[in-house]
Design a protein around this ligand. Structure first.
Ligand code: FRU
Length: 501
């Protein structure tokens, strides 16, 4: 009992200290002109994975990996916010802080996890970590709340004290759901350099039985599977995860069938959730409208050189943001299809439209007043018979052309790339994806720009590419272009978007 009371006090103290640190920095962070206008960010300092994303008592709750003490990863807490529409977010007090002094607990950080509604009690399952003899021990723990705001850690923690023989010390990121009479949990792990998703079941969220390996790498699918998520979609099952060490594939989905009697998931289809370099650890929820919605951290570990910060914004006391929420559906060919949630339309203000416009090489097409660093663009190009080599957009360009980000489609190779070599002097690399469309079909691009983020949907929403850029605040011009020959732009709609903050 004494230990329990001490535990509660130390958690509250740790939370207060964290809130105090944010209160000191948030006004400086808020003034940074590169803060996003309609993507979710912490009030200040570091953010990574979405955690505990849930539709609970009619509202969306989003928790997130958060270091309230600085703009770099460390001392993982769970930040917390809620929203009625997935667009406007209200920050809530930090929900979890690493605090517990006793062994096998969370002093090394409260790592990623998920939330469930347990008969009205908002319950979090997370990975507690502690550094012991240079080894990071990872266990699964539980915290719950009656009011959806203040969380008490379960005195019986950890609820899973260590990995099964199929796993290893990398044993983290529990995602929990209900099926029939039982709770199920998928946990990311690794063994012999192969990423794995491990399955558990429980009647009460506190006592867990290991079921087996839900899926694992065949040797080509990454060395550790972080942040797995598993859900039913259109009669099939989807496993999403973020594999470490799988090259340009940073978030994968597997589609297959689940047999709960045997615990076997048999998959037949694999794809990328996003083809950009900054979309990691997506987590999903099922909402009151029956939609499966995902949100992800707008960075990724594997792509950042060790000597580089995750964003130049950390000079301004913040780093990290979440993607815009996307719905996930099965398309007719049995693959995943992602659309921006329709609620984002409330942000639309001035609208500009052109129809059947010839875009000739070197011509100015878009008016200066369409320029914006916070905009949505839907453009459709007529490609049958088109002789152009490349078409695309210059985005976030400076008046003197010194800074620009090029979104380019190559008609010969079918490749779509985001050329950041002139974006800002900081960003590197040219993320690219080969589209699945046939050459003659019209090309439709749906683009969202929000200061440092560019999200592009294409291939009838089967392909998404998300990347960050950090141009000067004054670089807001945009233009459409064609190289080699002209192209007909069947239509373009541009909306300037208002800020959601
Ligand atoms: C993924 C991840 C998780 C871990 C968390 C720590 O980005 O590495 O596996 O729980 O971040 O912040």
């Amino acid at each position: 009992m004494e230990l329990q009371a001490k535990g509660k006090t130390s958690h509250r103290e740790a939370l207060l200290k964290a809130e105090h640190s944010i209160a000191k920095t948030k006004d400086i962070a808020r003034k940074d002109l590169s803060r996003l206008k309609y993507h979710f960010m912490a009030p200040a300092n570091w953010l990574n994975d979405p955690n505990g994303f849930i539709f609970y008592k009619g509202e969306y709750h989003l928790f997130y990996q958060h270091n309230p003490y600085g703009p770099r990863w460390g001392a993982m807490h769970w930040g917390h916010a809620k929203s009625k529409d997935l667009v406007h977010w209200e920050h809530l007090p930090i929900a979890l802080a690493p605090s517990e002094p006793y062994e096998l607990h969370d002093r090394g950080g409260c790592f990623s996890g998920s939330a469930v509604d347990n008969n009205g009690v908002l319950t979090l399952l997370y990975t507690a970590t502690i550094l012991k003899e240079e080894q990071l021990i990872q266990t699964q723990c539980l915290a719950s709340s009656d009011d959806g705001i203040t969380f008490e850690k379960y005195e019986g923690n950890p609820v899973i004290p260590g990995p099964p023989a199929d796993g290893s010390a990398d044993f983290r990121d529990p995602k929990v759901w209900r099926h029939g009479e039982l709770w199920y949990m998928v946990v990311g792990s690794s063994k012999d350099n192969r990423g794995k998703a491990l399955l558990y079941k429980s009647a009460d969220l506190r006592e867990w039985d290991y079921v087996g390996v839900l899926a694992e790498s065949d040797g080509t699918m990454g060395t550790m599977w972080e942040c797995p998520d598993f859900f039913l979609l259109g009669g099939r099952h989807v496993l999403m995860f973020s594999p470490m060490g799988m090259g340009k594939h940073i978030t994968i989905y597997l589609i297959g069938d689940m047999d709960y009697a045997t615990g076997k998931f048999t998959w037949d289809t694999m794809g990328d959730i996003d083809h950009g370099r900054e979309y990691y650890a997506p987590q999903s929820l099922l909402d009151g409208k029956g939609r499966r919605v995902i949100i992800a951290w707008l960075n990724a570990w594997d792509w950042m050189p060790w000597f580089k910060d995750f964003a130049p914004t950390d000079n301004n006391h913040w780093c990290g943001a979440m993607s815009a929420p996307r719905t996930v559906e099965l398309d007719q060919s049995g693959r995943l299809r992602f659309e921006p949630v329709e609620e984002l339309k409330v942000l639309r203000r001035e609208h500009y439209r052109l129809e059947n416009t010839i875009v000739a090489p070197g011509a100015d097409v878009l008016p200066k007043y369409a320029a914006s660093d916070c905009a949505e663009i839907i453009a459709e190009f007529q490609l049958s018979g088109c002789q152009a080599e490349e078409i695309g957009f210059a985005l976030r360009a400076s008046g003197d052309g010194r800074q620009q980000t090029l979104l380019v489609y190559n008609l010969r190779t079918n490749e779509l790339r985001l050329d950041r070599s002139q974006s800002d002097g900081w960003s590197e690399g040219i993320p690219a994806v080969t589209l699945e469309r046939s050459g003659e079909e019209a090309l439709k691009l749906h683009i969202f720009i929000d200061t440092c983020v560019v999200e592009v949907y294409t291939d009838n929403y089967g392909t998404v590419m998300t990347n960050n850029i950090y141009p000067d605040p004054g670089s807001i011009e945009m233009e459409v272009f064609s190289i080699g020959d002209q192209v007909t732009m069947k239509s373009i709609d541009i909306w300037k978007l208002r800020s959601a903050w």
